[in-house]
Design a binder for this molecule. Structure first.
Ligand code: TYD
Ligand code: MG
Length: 473
């Protein structure tokens, strides 16, 4: 490896990612700042204006300022017709946008993109460039998905210079281009191997520059590495306009497409899909799906009324409290934050006198969804209480509210939207914070509303049954 690097070509340089010092050779440690492993190969196209010796001003042109108002007529968004996907993109693709689709290998990135471009190809000129799979493999998948007739132009390539030359020279301009995946692409100006930070970043920069000039919507597929980052230290996220993550548990059929950055629309928006034998199917009512497997009320199960992006989503939170056989009790969490669980447990112990300390706690968000809202605190607390007392919580109720360390229950945004979704799905009760944000929101007429000011107020809903149980024993 060092041998190849020392023979580096003339037009490449090694730049320290920490301090920016430019080196002509690779080294383990930067001589500028002393950091280790920060040198990355880059293409040195022209001498930098910041380099030593470039002291004379190179340009004397002045800048022109404009008013904030006034604009060019925006071009219409390119919609795929897969509404779950379009919504995550903020209502369709903006011409010239660069999107990164990240996710674990095998989660379904190639599948969803093939479905999206097949739909887009009905109205736009689309290209699918596969660096990972052979043409036959992609064709086989297209056949399985029933998309063989779509007018997508398919090719297998990994050389970015060839790709750019093709995009520029085509008889008809491409409008949508998929690069699957950026980790397999390489620029021959660089000596580094495909998939390295240097290659991934240089290839993406080059592709984005060209597609922006040409008004092409560019999709870059990026595998998430073991550390949960795309191609190393999130090297691409700041370069693209939109970052979508495709998430889901391998064992589950549900897949969630989440916008974590979007220059042309809201973030935190999710699209829900189900992996079937004919590709990814849209799930337009995710609440019904996440609650589909609930039956009789059991202890430890509580329905949380959450908001994902602009949409209310009801999910079941399951808790199990078991006697611990180890000195240090286990805390296992799927789909929620471990630190927040520790906080809720501490509040239950110190403010409500419920002893959970010596027991194992397991918490699971059903259906493979990851909940990030603090509004789930109250639902988690209710699930823990229900599990600890072994008393089922009201099966016809939904819960939301944020917990303060004092045990008070804080208001959360969009209570009406949450209540509306609960009413739509046939729930009868809603447990929510007493204080409202920004005053005068209306009560939902269909639902019985139980307002809580402190976590203590939740105990009577388990207490009665608990007392009866104790009397019986
Ligand atoms: P893929 O799109 O190749 O994943 P990625 O590009 O993110 O690596 O998805 C591969 C998985 O999806 C594979 O495990 C098989 C499954 N799959 C189905 O279940 N049904 C289908 O119709 C297709 C095409 C794939
Ligand atoms: Mg793939």
């Amino acid at each position: 490896m060092p041998y190849i690097i020392f023979m580096s070509k003339k037009n490449t340089q090694y730049v320290c990612q920490a301090c920016g010092t430019i080196h002509s050779k690779w080294a383990g440690q930067c001589t500028g700042c002393g950091e280790w492993n920060t040198l990355v190969e880059e293409v040195a196209e022209k001498p930098s204006p910041f380099a030593k010796g470039a002291r004379t001003p190179t340009s004397k042109s002045t800048l022109e300022f404009v008013a904030l108002s006034g604009h060019e007529t925006p071009q219409p968004r390119r919609k795929s017709g897969i509404s779950e996907f379009d919504r995550v993109c903020g209502g369709g693709l903006v011409p010239g946008c660069a999107m990164l689709i990240g996710g674990d290998p095998g989660i379904g990135k190639s599948t969803i993109l093939l479905q999206v471009v097949a739909d887009l190809s009905k109205s736009f000129h689309c290209a699918y460039i596969s660096g990972e799979e052979s043409i036959d493999q992609v064709r086989l998948r297209a056949e399985r998905l029933g998309l063989s007739k779509a007018t997508v132009e398919l090719t297998a390539a990994t050389n970015v210079n060839d790709i750019i030359a093709t995009l520029k020279s085509g008889p008809q301009l491409y409008q949508v281009v998929v690069i699957d995946s950026i980790q397999t692409m390489y620029l021959d100006q660089l000596d580094s191997a495909p998939g390295t930070v240097a290659q991934v970043r240089a290839c993406a920069a080059e592709l984005i520059r060209v597609t922006k000039d040409l008004g092409i919507c560019l999709f870059l597929v990026g595998h998430v590495t073991k550390e949960g980052m795309i191609a190393g230290p999130r090297v691409l996220e700041h370069m693209v306009d939109t970052v979508l993550y495709f998430e889901g548990e391998r064992g589950h059929a549900f897949r969630i497409l989440r916008a974590v950055k979007n220059r042309f629309g809201p973030t935190d928006e999710i699209g829900v899909f189900e992996m079937t034998d004919k590709g990814l199917a849209q799930v337009t009512n995710p609440s019904a799906l996440f609650l589909a497997e609930r039956s009789e009320p059991v202890s430890g199960s509580v329905v949380f009324a959450g908001i994902e992006g602009t949409r209310p989503v009801l999910v079941e939170i399951q808790a199990l409290v078991a006697p611990s056989t180890f000195g240090t009790p286990r805390r296992a969490v799927i789909g929620w934050d471990t630190n927040r669980l520790a906080m809720v447990v501490a509040v239950l112990e110190t403010r409500c006198g419920v002893q959970l300390g010596g027991r194992d706690i397991y918490l699971n968000v059903a259906g493979g969804l990851r909940v990030t809202e603090p509004a789930a605190d109250l639902a988690v607390a209710a699930a823990l209480l229900s599990a600890a007392f072994n008393v089922p919580f009201a099966g016809d109720a939904v819960v939301f509210g944020e917990l303060a360390l004092s045990g008070e229950i804080r208001a959360v945004a969009q209570s009406e939207l949450r209540a509306k979704e609960a009413a739509k799905l046939g729930f009868a009760k809603i447990f929510r914070p007493r204080i409202r944000k920004a005053g005068k929101a209306k009560e939902n007429e269909v639902l019985e509303t139980i307002t809580l000011g402190h976590l203590r107020d939740l105990l009577p809903f388990f207490g009665d049954r608990k007392k009866k149980k104790e009397e019986a024993e």
